[in-house]
Design a protein around this ligand. Structure first.
Ligand code: ADP
Length: 777
């Protein structure tokens, strides 16, 4: 797997993770921002509420103080104070809705001695049931003489109780008298509340305003005292401001510096915000403590952060999932595209390989292949087809094919009708095999006979068309023709000696009494049998020269030629003038020694044979000028010569020149020579010998320089099974022939023998003596 694939595999999840991380961070950031804004908001709200509460407490305490001062001023205006004056002066307090206020009273200072008089005085002034109850053990007493209840629940007002015995109000009264200003007492439990259960008792306090006459020399008369319950006061004041969201505590700082909680107000929640502010109350400075649960404050207790957090996380999750699906989907799609591309590439490589293979096959095929489409346009033609047809395609309509390609029937003269052409028949759906078409045109002036198979194009090709496969059968036909001639000639040539043998056998039977006649007949029989034997020998040589495998080696020419000349001369000895011959120095060549010997034997045999009766047979073997790497050997004689018209044809099988009828022969010898020379890559020809007679020449590859000259060295040419079979068959045939020769009648051994040289099995393959009979039977 490539790094790119690994990268792309993890790209999707990584992208999704990044999106999720980013989303979570953004959500947390927003939530934190919101929380911070909420916190700020709640602080602001808390500040506002604290200010409002503070202002409310201040305003309320100020109002008490002011009202009290006003009441005190009203009371001070009259000369003699009675209940009606007090009632009138305190009436505004009753209707002022003072929160937490219990009662307002007029308190007068009385010494112990003055008590009876004071009691009588105030009873007379309106407090009819007043009974002054002084605190024992002290001389200064402070008695409420008129009391106005401000809260209906508290019942009737009390008078006559000595406040001098209660330290907190007593201190406030004294301070008010001395300072001539309203004062506030330290906290304590109201005397009237002291009978209540402890849980219901509240810390309370009193405002005291001194009453001084307005005379030029003011006289102190007493105090207007307003009693308040701290808890009720605080609850009442904060009720409106806090709206149930603020805890409050009012702490009084007493004269001795001690701190006492006047009241505490608790609301539900978990307070996390707090403010402590000083509150001036008359001559004291108290502390107002406020606490609140930010979550419960308006605008601060929103669930927005939670909603944003939840929504943000859900959105982030969805976005991450979407990105993952999209990214991995893209990766999957890319992977599919890559796979498809790879398959396509592989298919392309495979089809290129197939096309290359097909092209190579087409190029190497020996048979011509031509493919045309449904309209007869050439689609494909391999080199063999072009070579066979001689001319290239001109892209013409099939009507022009006959003329363009020079297509004829097998007779070579009748123009091939269009409807007989294999490609046209294949286009009509017909399959044809072995249709013979003769092609002759500028490219094939000699003409070539083709065997053509035609087939409709296979439907898998995807288009209509036809394919033709052609092979050259010119040589095959020629060979078949040769074989027919060959068979005819052989039949004829074998029939003649057989007829002679039969005739002489009959004569011998009829004339068995005449010894001389019998001898004559038997000798004719033997000669005829020899002719047949020679003919068969030649036929074997012909076959061998054509098909037997070559065993190429370096051959020293000169000794070989001398040997052949000597053998030929020896065979003729006694039958006429002694043959004459000469050999020039000759180069070594590369050839099959046995076949080369046959060529030389044939040419030298003919040179000694085709001479006028009585003339001296003469043969000269020389070396001619040849191309580099080649040797040219010339065999000249002083014989009868060959007429010019025959020169071109004497190498054909069975052709015999004019004037040769008197000389024994089959007409196969030179055909064998040509075949052998051809197989060695050389050329053979004939011309007149300038001095009279004939000169044959042939060429062979020259032996490699520096190599040993040896005719006996027969290099092993790779021999296949097929070659071995051919050789074995030939050896068998020769062995059979030797057996036949050995079993001849006694006395026949002196007759010319065609037995193979026993010392040279290779030579034996071609040991077919050139027909050298001078006589015809
Ligand atoms: P054959 O000698 O058996 O007839 P060849 O193939 O050897 O067959 O020769 C073919 C013909 O060529 C001979 O029949 C003869 O007419 C002619 N020929 C060959 N060699 C010579 C020669 N040296 N001189 C004259 N004619 C020759």
């Amino acid at each position: 797997m490539t790094a790119g694939r690994v990268r792309s595999r993890w790209t999707g999840p990584a992208l999704a993770a990044a999106v999720v991380l980013g989303g979570v961070l953004a959500t947390l950031f927003v939530v934190a921002g919101l929380r911070s804004a909420q916190h700020d908001g709640s602080q602001r709200v808390m500040d506002q509420r604290a200010q409002m509460a503070l202002a409310a407490v201040r305003a309320e305490t100020d109002r008490y103080r002011t009202l009290l001062a006003t009441t005190a001023a009203g009371i001070a205006a009259g000369d003699e104070l009675n209940w009606a004056d007090f009632d009138l002066a305190s009436a505004p307090l009753a209707s002022a809705g003072l929160i937490g206020a219990v009662a307002v009273a007029y308190v007068v200072p009385v010494t112990t001695a003055q008590i009876p008089a004071a009691q009588a005085h105030w009873r007379a002034a309106g407090a009819s049931d007043l009974t002054l109850r002084p605190e024992p053990g002290r001389d200064d007493h402070y008695f409420p003489v008129f009391t106005r209840m401000l809260n209906e629940q508290d019942g009737a007002g009390r008078t006559g109780t000595d406040l001098g015995g209660v330290p907190q109000p007593a201190a406030a009264l004294r301070a008010a008298e001395q300072t001539m200003r309203p004062t506030v007492s330290d906290t304590y439990v109201l005397v009237r509340d002291r009978g209540l259960p402890a849980g219901r008792q509240q810390q309370s306090f009193v405002f005291a305003a001194p009453v001084w006459t307005r005379a030029n020399a003011p006289v102190f008369r007493g105090w207007v005292v307003l009693g308040l319950r701290g808890g009720d006061f605080l609850a009442g004041v904060l009720d409106t401001v806090s709206q149930g969201q603020l805890d409050g505590s009012l702490v009084a700082v007493n004269n001795d510096g001690s701190r006492a909680e006047v009241a505490r107000l608790s609301v539900p929640g978990d307070p996390d915000l707090s403010r402590v502010d000083p509150v001036p109350v008359a001559d004291h400075v108290w502390e107002l403590g406020l606490r609140a649960d930010s979550a419960r404050l308006p605008g601060a207790g929103s669930r927005l952060p939670a909603i944003v957090l939840t929504g943000g996380l859900i959105l982030t999750g969805l976005l991450g999932w979407l990105v993952l699906v999209l990214a991995t989907g893209r990766a999957r799609a890319r992977a599919r595209v890559e796979q498809a591309t790879a398959e396509l590439r592989a298919a392309e490589v495979e089809s290129r390989r197939q096309a290359g293979l097909l092209g190579a096959i087409m190029t190497t095929l020996g048979d011509g292949v031509s493919v045309v489409d449904g309209d007869g346009r050439l689609l494909l033609e391999n080199p063999a087809a072009r070579r066979l047809m001689g001319v290239g395609d001109i892209g013409g309509h099939p009507e022009t094919w006959q003329e363009h390609y020079g297509a004829y029937r097998a007779d070579g003269v009748t123009p091939m009708p269009l409807e007989e052409m294999p490609l046209i028949r294949a286009l009509h759906g017909e399959q044809t095999d072995g249709v013979e078409v003769f092609i002759r045109n500028a490219g094939r002036p000699d003409g070539v006979l083709l065997s053509v198979d035609g087939r409709p194009l296979d439907p898998s090709a995807g288009l209509r068309g036809a394919v033709a496969v052609s092979r050259d059968i010119t040589d095959l036909r020629r060979y078949e023709k040769d074989l027919a001639i060959f068979a005819g000639v052989v039949a004829h040539d074998l029939k003649a000696p057989l007829a002679i043998v039969r005739g002489h056998c009959e004569l011998a039977i009829e004339d068995h009494g005449d010894e001389q006649e019998l001898q004559y007949s038997l000798s004719r029989i033997i000669r005829s049998v020899d002719r047949m034997d020679t003919l068969i020998e030649t036929l074997l040589a012909y076959s061998t020269a054509r098909d037997a495998p070559l065993r190429i080696g370096d051959v020293a020419l000169e000794p070989l030629i001398r040997e052949v000349l000597q053998e030929r001369a020896a065979a003729l000895r006694g039958s006429g003038p002694e043959p004459e011959w000469s050999v020039e120095p000759l180069p070594a060549v590369r050839a099959d020694p046995a076949m080369l010997r046959h060529v030389l034997d044939n040419l030298i045999g003919n040179a000694f044979k085709y001479v006028r009766p009585g003339a001296v047979p003469r043969a000269t073997v020389t070396s001619g000028v040849a191309a580099p790497g080649w040797a040219r050997i010339e065999v000249s004689d002083a014989g009868i010569g060959i007429p010019d018209p025959d020169k071109a044809r004497i190498f054909e099988s069975f052709h015999r020149a004019q004037g040769s009828a008197a000389y024994a022969g089959t007409g196969l010898g030179l055909a064998i020579c040509q075949r052998i020379v051809d197989r060695h890559g050389g050329e053979i020809g004939v011309e007149d010998n300038p001095g009279g007679g004939t000169r044959f020449h042939f060429t062979l590859p020259a032996a490699a320089v520096g190599e040993d000259d040896t005719m006996n060295h027969i290099p092993a040419e790779p021999v296949g099974d097929e070659d071995a079979e051919v050789r074995a068959a030939l050896d068998r045939a020769l062995a059979e022939r030797a057996a036949i020769l050995d079993s001849r009648l006694p006395g026949m051994g002196a007759l010319p023998s065609a037995a193979p040289s026993s010392h040279d099995p290779a030579a034996a393959r071609l040991h077919a003596p050139v027909p050298d009979h001078q006589q015809q039977d």
